[in-house]
Design a binder for this molecule. Structure first.
Ligand code: FAD
Ligand code: 2HG
Ligand code: ZN
Length: 481
């Protein structure tokens, strides 16, 4: 049973309907279900309404109304986030602002190397629009068929091409943002050089909807790289993965685009799901490597030379190089399908950590035994963007525990992982963001000065605390009671 909205909230709903049209304000529980829970079913809440504006002016009208009513807003893109940032709390008083109708590609400029898009554009559509003018939009995520540019900007997404092109932050030249009170900041510039004061767009990149709503962006696009050389390798160990990065760089230079790690249990998951591992050599660690270049570029020779040297040095035990686009897709699937394949073991306690690349082997060596000592039988599924020092260190339940029993250990297990990360001067969220699930843990590991600076930024831009409360920064104690 749901509580009836107060008169103030009824008035707000009326205002929202007049701002975006009746059909774009959803309050029926059957309609809310598609928005109130994340894709894994790990986080859910109870919104007052889902509002679906169709333009920047409508977003501005929505925020002006929610601000005047003192109602909190949770921006939502594709709802593929990993940290529970896009779902509301269960108070029934927060509004989900979905960008799903704002999907226009406003302009593609092949000469200037930019694409201007609305924030509800799906990442794959932006990639396709760039490809349409023989250019590349390089951000590459397993969720690219449903995540949005606004979500990518707001989480500062990473993925499998960061090694060469950087994170989402590196792709952004300009932003349009609606501020918490409904004012619009038009920073939609395509300048590569602009030293006229604070670089305000950087504040909104990675802010996870806590400072405003991103409505549009100017992004850089790159020369297309149709020549690809891709290999799946069996590694000696994790230290070899880090060393191989140097060898790959020596031979591949800036054509090295992807260097990903997959542990044996993670590889077994996707093989159990029906994929084929072309290697018969057994190893505890595997990797996916790709070099890419313009049409006609020879990327195969440097890849073969690097792998030959790595085999000589004992870093690589065996390797399979894709001989066709179909084989390439097969190798990529061995890496990209791990995340969804892990769901068969029930709820996952996810960690998205980074440490200095030279500390990766140490991180793995110390954390596994610490988890086993804490909760024997916990299954580790470790994989990730090893070239960026970023591992997804995911845990599934021991066979003797139910999912519910396992989840009672989640916080303590995360403490074990996070302590290892802190000892190695790493980060507890390399690319997925903090959402509401990791905000408190991150604050605990940051210095007082760093947390105070973050709070000062939040208070300056969202003094009423209405934008995605509890994400990135934990709620002030006064609001917890
Ligand atoms: P949502 O989940 O809807 O929102 C994420 C956060 O951004 C929330 O806090 C939300 O409030 C805020 N937000 C969304 N839109 C806006 C906006 N317009 N203005 C202001 N705030 C906004 N992530 C990686 O970094 N690397 C990966 O390799 C990767 N692989 C993935 C693979 C799979 C199979 C899946 C399911 C997810 C993966 N992700 C990965 C996580 C996720 O796809 C990214 O975080 C993505 O950037 C989220 O985009 P979204 O549109 O779904 O955002
Ligand atoms: C990936 O790299 C994604 O596959 C998802 O970031 C990681 O599911 C995860 O934990
Ligand atoms: Zn990832």
């Amino acid at each position: 049973m749901t509580d009836a909205p107060t008169p103030l909230l009824v008035d707000l709903l009326t205002e929202l309907r007049s701002a975006v049209g009746d059909t774009h304000v959803l309050t029926d529980p059957a309609d809310l279900a598609a928005y109130d829970t994340d894709w894994r079913g790990a986080y859910s809440g109870r919104p007052l309404a889902v509002v679906r504006p169709g333009s920047t002016a409508e977003v501005a009208a929505v925020l002006a109304a929610t601000h005047a009513a003192g109602v909190a807003v949770v921006p939502q893109g594709g709802n593929t986030g990993m940290s529970g940032g896009a779902v509301p709390d269960d108070s029934g008083s927060q509004v989900i602002l979905s960008l799903g109708r704002m999907r226009a590609v406003r302009e593609v400029d092949a000469v200037g190397g930019t694409i201007t898009v609305e924030s509800g554009c799906v990442l794959a559509d932006v990639q396709a629009a760039a490809a349409g003018v023989d250019r590349l939009f390089p951000l590459t995520l397993g969720s690219q068929g449903s995540c949005t540019i606004g979500g990518n900007i707001s989480t500062n997404a990473g993925g499998t091409a960061v090694l060469r092109y950087g994170m989402m932050r590196s792709q952004v030249l300009g932003l349009e943002v609606v501020l918490p009170d409904g004012r619009v900041w038009d920073g939609l510039r395509s300048l590569r050089k602009d030293n006229t004061g604070y670089d305000l767009k950087q504040l909104f990149i990675g802010a996870e909807g806590t400072l405003g709503v991103v409505t549009a962006a100017v992004l850089t696009i790159q020369p297309a790289t149709p020549s690809r050389a891709t290999a799946w390798v069996a590694l000696r160990d994790v230290a070899a993965a880090a060393e191989l990065l140097g060898v790959l760089r020596d031979h591949g230079g800036d054509r090295l685009t992807t260097w990903e790690l997959v542990s044996r249990p993670a590889r077994d998951l996707v093989v159990a799901a029906g994929l084929t591992d072309p290697l018969s050599t057994s190893s505890e660690w595997y990797g996916l490597v790709e070099l890419a270049g313009p049409a006609g570029a020879d990327v195969a020779t440097p890849l073969e030379a690097a792998l030959g040297e790595a085999v000589e040095a004992g870093l690589v035990l065996d390797a399979a190089i894709a001989g066709s686009p179909a084989q390439r897709s097969g190798l990529w699937a061995l890496r990209e399908r791990v995340s969804e394949a892990q769901e068969v073991h029930g709820p996952t306690v996810k960690h998205d950590v980074s440490v200095p690349i030279t500390a990766l082997a140490d991180f793995v060596a110390r954390t596994g035994p610490a988890i086993e000592a804490h909760l024997p039988g916990t299954r580790l599924f470790v994989y990730g963007h090893v070239g960026d020092g970023n591992l997804h260190y995911n845990l599934s339940r021991p066979e003797h525990l139910t999912s519910e029993e396992f989840l009672t250990h989640a916080a303590a297990l995360s403490d074990v992982v996070n302590a290892s990360v802190a000892e190695l001067t790493g980060s507890i969220s390399a690319e997925h963001g903090l959402g509401k699930s990791k905000a408190a843990a991150a604050a605990a590991y940051k210095s007082d000065v760093e947390v105070a600076l973050m709070r000062a930024v939040k208070d300056a831009i969202d003094p009423a605390g209405l934008m995605n409360p509890g994400a990135v920064l934990p709620l002030p104690p006064v609001l917890l009671g």
